[in-house]
Design a protein around this ligand. Structure first.
Ligand SMILES: [Zn+2]
Length: 271
């Protein structure tokens, strides 16, 4: 059996639930879990590292505030809670570019706790997984996140950013060619880049994903809901690729789509 985890990043208080519904209805109907890396309290100034405003700031829903917390009773929270196929992971706090590329443990801890509190207040209390904005972690962040979460999902690992106490484990995993590893009970998962992205050609996308899934026991597939609705307009060709993936994943008897929590709970093989 091979395992696939689907991770969609950047859901936030401004995200129209209709966008998620359009993308993920085929997954939910087929009982394929969808992990939403959710920004607890998005800043309206969220910028990419190149200085451009982030595409997940849905302009039509912005009301001039500095921050927008996910809140209990909002249409988004109600929609997510009504569909148990969604699993909420914590994605930073405000999604400032380098908020977890910070060497101050107290600051990092405060951001983690504030984010957790916002999600709990909104009704999402069992998040066991953390995703850092732009995959940027400092050593202090890795330490503080590992104290609070069972799973860290990121793009790649760099020795110099890891706590030195973790180095032997990481070096061993790397020498063995392992994409995923664990330290003190925390699972550290990498992913093979954003294969589901509008910046890649659509025609070979599904075949590329199929080939990647065959290369390891567990593959984390990352995408971003707002990439399918750039400028407020649905990219039907891109959405069709995502839906063809749902059909493929549903039909394969030797593939199982799981949530991050299931991975942590069931102690499934990582590599
Ligand atoms: Zn993000």
């Amino acid at each position: 059996m091979r395992y696939v985890i689907l991770r969609d990043d950047d859901t936030n208080a401004l995200t129209p639930p209709e966008c998620l519904e359009r993308l993920y209805r085929p997954f939910l109907d087929a009982e394929l879990p969808v992990n939403l890396a959710t920004i607890p309290c998005v800043t309206s100034h969220a910028k990419r590292p190149d200085g451009e405003l982030e595409g997940f700031l849905w302009a039509a829903n912005m009301l001039g505030a500095d921050c927008y917390p996910v809140s209990a009773g909002s249409v988004l929270a109600n929609y997510l809670r009504a569909n148990p196929g969604y699993h909420v992971a914590q994605h930073g706090l405000h999604h400032k570019p380098f908020e977890f590329d910070c060497g101050n443990r107290a600051e990092v801890a405060e951001r983690l706790e504030t984010g957790r509190h916002v999600l709990e207040q909104a009704g999402f209390s069992n998040s066991e997984t953390f995703v850092a904005p732009h995959d940027r972690f400092s050593r202090a962040s890795y330490r503080e996140v590992a104290r609070r979460f069972r799973v860290i999902s990121t793009g790649w690992f760099e020795l110099r950013r890891l706590p030195p106490a973790w180095w032997p484990r990481y070096v061993w995993a790397k020498a063995k060619g392992r994409a995923h590893w664990r330290v003190n009970g925390t699972l550290l998962l990498s992913h093979p880049g954003c294969l589901l992205s509008y910046m890649r050609p659509y025609d070979p996308m599904l075949e590329t994903i199929k080939a990647q899934i065959q290369q390891r026991k567990l593959t984390v597939l990352v995408t971003h809901w707002w990439e399918y609705f750039r400028g407020g307009k649905a990219d039907n060709a891109f959405i069709a690729v995502l839906h063809s993936l749902a059909v493929y994943l549903h039909q394969q008897t030797d593939l199982k789509v799981i949530s991050f929590s299931e991975l942590a709970r069931e102690n499934l093989p990582l590599n």
